[in-house]
Design a protein. Structure first.
Length: 249
């Protein structure tokens, strides 16, 4: 019921719009949140969504493939790629949410110390294996963190690379990896426990930003989706899924 009033208000504001089918490119780490937000938006607006979730390199490839899409809700790193940025409208992007990095362990396992940089470094070196998604914006930051700690080479042998965000906690829950290291919202899953965030000196937020496709045929509908993602109903879902929603209209 908590979504009812925002949804009704949004529907009334959208009544003059023709129902459209929108293709959305989205960061894989937003999967849980957007799968819950999508039906709320569809009910409120009458539009239909097809969401393609992928990692940053895959999103860049998809955006520049020439295949049509209507909007993106993607890591800001996608917009730093010149070719990909040209596939979106020239106007400023709109931040949607942000989230930091953390460490997860198998539920019930002994909790390691990651409270300081030195303790975090020791825990990583002591771990038999770590799971994350190297081929992603978040994975690239994890690797840079290893480099900052001077343990990049040692961690290569411990890495259990994953192909999607969802399999990171699964690998930890099944015992295929001792630790999961990634965005904290991804690490909240059955069978695992969040040890905690990276130490403050190593922490950084990954920002997800939204933009309308430059060649969309459904500009008004695409903009309404971006508006909805910053509205209270969507913000509540983002927060419940472990992300910090962007503020403002």
């Amino acid at each position: 019921m908590k979504h009812a009033l925002p949804a009704v208000a949004f529907a009334l504001a959208s009544m003059t719009s023709h129902a459209e089918e929108l293709v959305v490119l989205a960061g894989g780490s937003l999967t849980a949140a957007l799968k819950e937000i999508a039906p709320l938006f569809e009910q409120a607006s009458g539009h239909k969504l097809t969401i393609e979730f992928a990692s940053t390199p895959q999103l860049i490839k998809r955006a520049t493939s020439g295949q049509p899409f209507d909007l993106g809700v993607v890591p800001v790193e996608v917009m730093k790629d010149e070719a990909a940025r040209q596939r979106f409208a020239a106007e400023a992007t709109r931040d949607i949410a942000r989230v930091g990095y953390g460490v997860a362990m198998r539920a019930g396992a002994a909790r390691p110390d990651i409270g300081t940089v030195d303790a975090f470094r020791k825990t990583l070196l002591d771990a038999k294996s770590v799971a994350f998604l190297p081929e992603s914006a978040a994975g690239a930051y994890v690797i840079r963190t290893f480099e900052r700690l001077g343990i990049a080479e040692a961690m290569k042998a411990k890495t259990v690379a994953q192909a999607t965000t969802g399999t990171i906690p699964q690998a930890v829950a099944k015992g295929d990896a001792e630790l999961g290291i990634f965005l904290t919202n991804v690490l909240v899953a059955p069978g695992v426990e969040l040890v905690g965030p990276f130490p403050a000196a190593l922490q950084q937020d990954l920002v997800f930003t939204g933009a309308v496709a430059a060649q969309t045929k459904h500009e008004a509908a695409a903009r309404s989706m971006l508006d909805y993602l910053r509205a209270p109903a969507a913000a509540a879902v983002l927060a419940a899924k472990g992300l910090t929603p962007a503020r403002g209209p």
